[in-house]
Design a protein around this ligand. Structure first.
Ligand SMILES: Nc1ncnc2c1ncn2[C@@H]1O[C@H](COP(=O)(O)OP(=O)(O)OP(=O)(O)O)[C@@H](O)[C@H]1O
Length: 491
């Protein structure tokens, strides 16, 4: 070939290229591009990885993960799709139909997924049956084998895990009553309407809690690097009706976690508690409500010291009380059992868990339970303040401002009403803002009067106490002067 013919060949090539780019519709030029890229890549050596639906007699987890991964992808490209609801999914999802394929590029690697199915014969304990066995085939250029193994497959598994997590039906587990099948947790679907938006608490506190939760779920690597169980402890304390349960539901909704509502009085031993905890799933909130009422956590210490200090008991009795104490400890949950639970000693699994204790009386709790590392965050939910009131008014009455708001602001501090009290009044007013505000002010006036009266009573009781104390002090002083005089005379 001489230079002249090379020149005219190049010119023809440039002409065709320009014609394709300028005159053909974009869809057709894209088609040509894909065709040539496929043609050239088909000349490259390929590797295929097969993922079967059944691994022996069991369903293959990896197959399910790939199915979930492709469900989010194949919708845009597939021509025939299967609509189904995979096991434990709350939403319908699309899956690839037989003999279809899907292609994508991952970090510059051309990846092709194909799906087909074959009949598979299975025999279980002499019982034979044939099943449709779905097969995913993952194919790519051989030179990317290492990168597909180390990056692409982990990426698929991670995305699949997230999809499965978002799609699953969330559950509320309780150990209050064992079901007929003897399971230690029984569950119902969890759908509590409380969210951070509906929660009437200090907006800064709300933001802090959200930030803390987000930081916690992002720090998987950190927890494993420092050798700690991936868990965080929250203590919610405050009077009844201040939103402790609502906050727990809002947290679970925010993180999309399941809830394990642990009733400690229904747990008969430390070992049963361990069993319960081990069977909780990743990404869950474990709740122990009213911890101060659930258990007498000081029982063990008191019984033992009673045995040791009682001088009238003979040795036999001491032994008897000690063995009784031991028996109680084996049968019931002890403080150390609860501490082990909070420390995460039971947790050999890597998934994150949030442990929330609630109490109306923080002062009753053992200091060991409260120390950082066990209860990382202490949240005080108290009586309704003006910010919380405004949120409730917005949620229940649909108002941002009202002419009586200044009066509420003035009366609220002394009224000591809980968000539950206010919410109840608003509920009864059926979204009538004026009626809601008027009723709440009336009720606050009543509470203020009561609390004012209490304060006056308190003050008069204090006054009497002070007078009595002064009298005692002066009597004691007189007595000590008399005593001194007597000593002097004797000397
Ligand atoms: N901070 C709040 N924001 C919005 N609603 C609230 C709040 N506090 C209470 N409520 C309302 O009052 C009801 C009772 O509240 P909740 O059960 O959360 O209180 P609690 O502090 O857990 O009470 P207890 O200590 O008796 O268990 C809830 O259903 C909710 O409607």
């Amino acid at each position: 070939m001489d230079w002249k013919s090379i020149g005219s060949l190049l010119a023809t090539f440039m002409f065709i290229r320009t014609a394709i780019n300028d005159f053909l519709p974009p869809e057709i030029s894209q088609y040509f591009k894909r065709f040539f890229s496929k043609f050239f890549s088909s000349l490259q050596p390929k590797v295929a990885i097969i993922i079967e639906e059944f691994d022996g007699a069991y369903t293959n987890d990896i197959f399910e993960a790939v199915q979930a991964y492709l469900s989010s992808k194949c919708f845009s490209s597939g021509q025939v799709l299967k609509l189904s609801r995979p096991k434990n999914f709350k939403n319908l999802t699309f899956t690839m139909n037989t003999n279809q394929s899907f292609e994508e590029t991952f970090e510059g690697i051309q990846i092709k997924w194909s799906f087909y199915s074959v009949e598979k014969k299975m025999s279980n304990f002499g019982y034979h049956r044939s099943l449709e066995n779905g097969i995913f085939e993952l194919s790519f250029n051989r030179k990317y084998k290492e990168r597909v193994h180390s990056s692409y497959i982990p990426h698929v598994m991670k995305v699949a895990e997230e999809i499965k997590f978002r799609n699953r039906e969330r559950k509320l587990y309780t150990n209050r009553a064992n079901d007929e099948e003897g399971r230690i947790w029984s569950s119902i679907p969890f759908s509590h309407p409380s969210t951070f938006d509906t929660l009437a608490i200090d907006p800064f506190l709300k933001e802090d809690i959200k930030q803390d939760l987000m930081k916690f779920v992002r720090r998987r690597e950190f927890y494993s690097r420092v050798g700690r169980a991936w868990k965080r402890g929250y203590l919610l304390f405050g009077p009844p009706g201040t939103g402790k349960t609502s906050l727990i539901a809002a947290i679970a909704n925010f993180l999309e976690f399941d809830i394990y509502d642990m009733e400690l009085t229904a747990v008969t031993s430390n070992s049963q508690m361990r069993k319960l905890l081990i069977s909780t799933s990743n990404k869950s909130v474990i709740v122990v409500e009213d911890i101060d009422c659930s258990l007498d956590l000081s029982e063990r210490g008191e019984k033992e010291s009673k045995a040791e200090n009682d001088n009238n008991e003979n040795e036999g009795d001491i032994r008897r009380i000690k063995s009784e104490t031991k028996k109680t400890m084996l049968q019931t949950v002890s403080l150390s059992g609860v501490l082990n639970f909070v420390d995460g000693l039971w947790s050999s699994c890597g998934g994150e868990r949030l442990i929330i204790f609630t109490t109306n009386h923080k002062e009753k709790l053992d200091a060991a339970l409260l120390r950082p590392g066990r209860m990382d965050i202490h949240i005080n939910l108290s009586f309704c303040d003006i910010e919380a009131f405004k949120m409730l008014a917005k949620n229940y009455l649909g108002i941002d401002r009202h002419e009586l708001m200044w009066k509420v602001e003035e009366m609220l501090p002394l009224a000591k009403m809980t968000p539950a009290d206010i919410a109840e009044i608003f509920m009864s007013c059926e979204e009538d803002a004026d009626m809601g505000m008027a009723t709440v002010i009336k009720r606050m006036a009543k509470e203020n009067q009561k609390n004012d009266h209490l304060t006056i009573e308190d003050a008069s009781v204090d006054d009497q106490k002070n007078k009595a104390k002064k009298k005692d002090d002066s009597d004691n002083e007189d007595a000590s002067v008399d005593q001194k005089k007597k000593e002097k005379i004797e000397a």
